[in-house]
Ligand binder design. Structure first.
Ligand code: SAM
Length: 375
């Protein structure tokens, strides 16, 4: 065994084995609506722990039913607030008194346009139990819905969307991440050639909305998703009618992209597949790419938005961890730009190019060839 003086620093291992404590502190604070309470704390925007405990109790049961419906102890809340302060989520302007940091005000209050609270709740309620079964996922090479929730994962989205609150929670989670990356994704390439866009599995329309904002020549953006998702998107995520998506420029279309291709518009200029291919195994990715190819006009393009693995598939860290998430949760995986380019080429696309955006999602663009003189 190495002498103590020559041993490597154990910090990386200790940090990793304790990392879940930080996540759970965050999830508990979101679940208690602690950040919402501080955001609503009047002009001073700060509360003592007993005041915060009262505010948390008053908010109990509000909203979409994700709260745990239990009371809160002043001692427990004091410990949680101090932990959140150490984690950079709260400030303590005076002893026993807490306020939001700018990062919490931006990302942990649900009314913020880039709120991540939906993804926190989804992570706590769904991703965490699935990850607890990671050894079984590694052993079987497939998702662990059955082990984690007692329900099979053959139809992953039926599991994710088990109840109406589940639908909204997952959509809020998708929306958080998509909103953070949407601008970077739609500007990774010049998409001004497109006057029609079809976003397959586009959920809340975050990417399509960003495209409407960036490209004035985009006349129509159609977001396709499952019927209950479309209903929830129209009810909860419709962009303002007087904004860049108004006047019917952005609309939703309820359709199953595997079974209802006849419902989908034809001859479109641009198809978006944002976090779609990573959900599916190779045969279903082939179906989706073949569908995309058939719906595009010649010279049109498909824009794939995903976290891209580096060519050796050993990083980046966020992408390889997302790959484990896909293993636990879906039939899919994360892939490198080279892997997407190969899949796109096999479907008939050309000129596939991957670009890192510096945001959470990267982009790959590929063209449907124009007919040659011979064809
Ligand atoms: C991982 S989410 C990505 C959502 C969105 N594109 C984004 O990046 O935020 C996958 C989406 O595919 C949709 N989806 C799954 N199966 C589908 C199907 N058979 N037909 C249409 N949409 C489907 C889901 O409802 C969900 O909105």
């Amino acid at each position: 065994m190495a002498e103590p003086s020559t041993r490597p620093d154990p910090a990386p291992v200790l940090d990793l084995l304790n990392a879940f404590r930080s996540s759970q502190a965050l999830f508990a604070a979101v679940n208690l609506r602690l950040f919402e309470c501080l955001a609503a704390a009047g002009d001073s925007k700060q509360l003592t722990v007993p005041e915060l405990a009262d505010a948390v109790r008053n908010r109990r049961g509000e909203g979409d039913g994700d709260g745990d419906g239990k009371g809160v102890s002043v001692d427990g809340l004091d410990r949680l607030c101090r932990a959140c302060t150490a984690l950079g989520l709260l400030d303590s302007p005076a002893p026993g008194c807490f306020a939001l940091t700018p990062v919490a005000a931006t990302y942990l209050v649900s009314s913020s346009p880039v709120s991540l609270t939906g993804y926190c709740t989804h992570s706590q309620q769904v991703v965490w139990p699935l990850f607890a079964e990671l050894p079984a996922a590694v052993a079987s090479g497939s998702n662990v819905w059955q082990r984690a929730f007692g329900q099979g994962g053959a139809d992953v989205f039926a599991r994710i969307y088990s109840t109406p609150p589940d639908v909204l929670r997952f959509m809020r989670g998708m929306h958080s991440f998509a909103s953070l990356s949407a601008q970077a994704v739609v500007t990774a390439f010049d998409l001004s050639f497109a006057s029609t866009l079809l976003d397959l599995g586009g959920a809340t329309g975050a990417i399509a909305a960003a495209a409407c904002e960036v490209y004035p020549g985009l006349a129509s953006a159609v977001v396709v998703d499952l019927p209950h998702v479309v209903a929830a998107a129209e009810a909860h995520f419709a962009p303002p009618a007087d904004g860049p998506c108004g006047g019917g420029r952005l609309r939703w279309l309820a359709a199953d992209f595997f079974g209802e291709r006849e419902k989908l518009p034809q001859q479109v200029d641009l198809i978006v597949l944002s976090r779609i291919l990573h959900d599916w195994d190779p045969p279903r990715c082939e179906v989706l790419l073949e569908l995309s190819y058939s719906l595009l006009r010649p010279g049109g393009a498909v824009l794939v938005a995903e976290m891209l693995l580096q060519p050796d598939r050993l990083g980046p860290r966020a992408a390889v961890l997302q790959d484990l998430n896909m293993l636990c949760q879906t039939h899919g995986r994360e892939r490198s730009a080279e892997e997407y380019a190969a899949m796109l080429a096999a479907a008939g696309f050309e000129c596939a190019e991957g670009r890192r955006t510096g945001s959470y999602l990267d982009a790959v663009l590929a063209r449907k060839p124009l007919p040659t003189a011979a064809s």
